[in-house]
Design a protein around this ligand. Sequence first.
Ligand SMILES: Nc1nc2c(ncn2[C@@H]2O[C@H](COP(=O)(O)OP(=O)(O)OP(=O)(O)O)[C@@H](O)[C@H]2O)c(=O)[nH]1
Ligand SMILES: [Mg+2]
Length: 299
Amino acid sequence: MKSGFITILGKPNAGKSTLLNTLVGQKVSIVSWRPQTTRNKITGIMNGEYKGEPVQAIFIDTPGIYQGKSLLSKYMEDSINTAAVGVDIIIYVLDGEKRIHTDDLSNIEKYKKSAAKTIVVVNKMDLAPRDMMVQNLTELNSVEGIAVIPISAVKNDNINILVEEVFKDLKDGEQFYPEDMITDKPLRFMTAEIIREKALIFLQEEIPHGIGVEILNYSVREDGLTSVECDVICERDTHKAIIIGKGGEMLKRISTAARKEMEKLIGDRVYLKLWVKVKPNWKDNNSLLINLGYNLKDL
Ligand SMILES: Nc1nc2c(ncn2[C@@H]2O[C@H](COP(=O)(O)OP(=O)(O)OP(=O)(O)O)[C@@H](O)[C@H]2O)c(=O)[nH]1
Ligand SMILES: [Mg+2]
């Protein structure tokens, strides 16, 4: 069989996580319209076939490339850099609604060196104005040593072409993961991420970027009910008040949406209890970051 590792890179909000989910055919990575949604490397496993031969492609979603100042930003940056090393293919995702920036071109040049093959996808072709698409594609055509594909991760446009481009260059190799496995992330992690996604989607302003979710207790009862208790950590008392909302309305909204998604994922009932805690500067506190699953030593 053929197998290999493919890292998905690009700036925040380009559509990397959406692409991973589309490729895997299931939601493994959270998505929101806010930049810097993804904070960890997230593996998505795809099993397929190329010219009659079985293929296992292991995709790695990464945080958006961005230079922040906090220790959490450092963790995110290191996640990107460790994910880009020693892989077979790099997929660099561009937001097709924007003109290519020189940053993107230098990122492509930089990461091209770490893999045998680089594919640049110009995403959001369903939204991008036609002339902008043409301009971007023309500009990319002059970049040496890359394959360029316009796609829409949301509408599934040209995803088959992308998959073909990936499969054809994967080498003979072993099956790294069992066929029924779609991610290496445990349900505990997925739970924290789903709660964070709902907070990102429902909360206004900048508060969501200062949110972390810590799982305090995760257990499955004999009757099948999964019981989860979590702290939603924020940076200020004023943020806490907004997250809880009038009469607890906002917290209820976040928790209900997260619970429903968990129940769909697990296929059984979920009990979810959230508390909101203020921990100023948690994004710069190493031991708090480790509790939230952002451990530089794990990278
Ligand atoms: N119309 C359209 N929207 C898209 C497409 N791909 C992604 N989006 C939207 O773009 C936004 C960002 O998508 P994400 O997948 O979270 O982007 P990301 O690159 O993972 O972002 P970070 O994790 O912040 O780096 C979301 O609102 C998606 O629904 C696409 O092909 N078409
Ligand atoms: Mg993402």
